[in-house]
Design a protein around this ligand. Structure first.
Ligand code: GLC
Length: 438
């Protein structure tokens, strides 16, 4: 058994830590301008101008089953969809606003279709819900709001009532967590209480007290007792969520306890569909990110930003295909795996994962070595070794390896794997080591 003890939290994250890989989906009106999901505030667009996207939101090619099939083929086990992003537009049929997809040419409840389709494919279902709302009339203008630089902010903020807005959120969260069956993850986003520009004292960041986060969380747990909640209300819950950042070690809380963490990453730097973005990650980066994450006991939530027609564009499909091709043969080193026990250290250019039961260890070859791989400390422990993608045997020697020079490489506990000279045609080849029953 893995010796790593993960900190207990109110929600049970065992299934989550087993599944390791999920799909984030950022979809909303911002898919139309197609230049970042923050476009409304980056370009300080007025409500009136932004309305053109509402009038033209017509995802006629949207097929949630197709999305779910692609997620599943990529090896993803759960998904998290933006039910509302910072722009305030609701992808579900809420009683509490007219600013929702059913009032656009889309004319349907998109969250419902997502939930039904993903569940039908056997994936777990999560909701992202933005705490920030750049459309709601009660949401006070703050340092990241599209109206922040208007001359009359103080005037505009008069009468905006954060308490009423917090109630609006509770009402919507109640809808989301009662009308769509079992929901596995709630992903609130995000808090910025320290963003208080000194030159504009009337602009104040927002945090847990503004969201009335304690109540929001209690409500969430009451409605869905088995749910997992992220930490971005400003109150630590089940999940830590490093964003566009790959931690270099297993994250720990302030008491030094290991936490359940999930890196969220993009294919290309933006979360919403961004037509002209060019920084798409290479196949190697995509696969290495997933392995690197699991090798440090974490999960990866990889994002897709569908187009306003309702499709994954060709670049996103290619990226998903990279995962599909690799996961088809190598997922055994991901699901139910975690950081290798401390007694095993990775050789140069490699990352290790180990099955939770401790019986199998996976060596991921980020850099393909020449025909031998030395693994100090593994000698005497391995019963059988193979490539994971084709289950072809990898022969090995222990404690020593002859190379007809003055001496030979030797060492107590040394394991030397004898690899093919040429790298197999796999983005990252994986060696599966079966331990002896000691
Ligand atoms: C953020 C951003 C955002 C994105 C997200 C995903 O902090 O505001 O647009 O939805 O986090 O992690």
């Amino acid at each position: 058994m893995s010796s790593y003890q993960v900190r207990k939290t109110p929600g049970d994250t065992a299934w989550f830590r087993h599944d390791r890989f999920g799909m984030f989906i950022h979809w909303g009106l911002y898919a139309l301008p197609a230049r970042h999901e923050w476009v409304k505030t980056r370009e300080k667009i007025t409500d009136e101008d932004y309305d053109r996207y509402f009038r033209h939101f017509d995802p006629d090619l949207f097929d949630a089953h197709e999305w779910a099939r692609q997620a599943k083929a990529a090896g993803m086990k759960y998904a998290v969809l933006t039910t509302k992003h910072h722009e305030g537009f609701c992808m579900f049929d809420s009683k509490y606003t007219d600013y929702k997809c059913t009032n656009t040419p889309a004319g349907r409840d998109l969250v419902r279709e997502y939930v039904d389709a993903f569940r039908a494919e056997g994936l777990k279902v999560g909701f992202y819900y933005s705490l920030i709302d750049w459309h709601h009339p009660d949401f006070p203008i703050d340092p990241i709001h599209p109206r922040r630089d208007d001359d009359n902010v103080q005037e505009l903020n008069k009468g905006r009532d954060m308490h009423r807005y917090a109630e609006y959120m509770r009402n919507q969260v109640t809808e989301l967590l009662t009308n769509y069956g079992k929901i596995d993850i709630m992903w609130f986003d995000f808090s910025y209480p320290d963003n208080n520009p000194p030159d504009k004292p009337w602009l104040k960041g927002k945090g847990k007290d503004d969201w009335e986060a304690e109540e929001l969380i209690a409500l969430t747990r009451r409605l869905q007792p088995d749910i997992i909640i992220d930490n971005r209300t400003g109150i630590e819950q089940d999940l830590w969520t490093p964003e566009q950042y790959q931690p270099q070690s297993w994250l720990r809380d302030k008491n030094g306890e290991l936490v359940t963490w999930e890196a969220c990453q993009t294919f290309s730097g933006s979360w919403g569909y961004y037509r002209d973005e060019t920084s798409w990650k290479s196949p190697e980066m995509l696969i290495q990110m997933l392995i690197q994450t699991v090798s440090l006991g974490g999960n990866l939530l990889m994002n897709v930003g569908p187009t306003a027609r309702g499709c994954f564009d060709y670049r996103a499909q290619n990226a998903l295909q990279v995962y599909a091709d690799w996961m088809k043969f190598n997922s055994r080193s991901i699901y139910g795996c975690t950081m290798a026990e401390p007694e095993f250290s990775a050789p140069n250019g490699c990352r290790l994962t180990q099955s939770e039961d401790g019986k199998r260890l996976y060596v991921h070859l980020f850099q393909y070595p020449y025909a031998f791989l030395e693994l100090p400390g593994f000698g005497g422990k391995v019963e059988y070794a193979q490539f994971l993608h084709d289950a072809s045997e990898i022969q090995f020697t222990e404690n020593q390896s002859d190379h007809f020079s003055e001496g030979r490489t030797e060492g107590e506990g040394l394991l030397v794997l004898n690899l093919p000279v040429i790298k197999p045609p796999v983005v990252v080849p994986v060696i599966e080591l079966f331990f002896r029953n000691l």
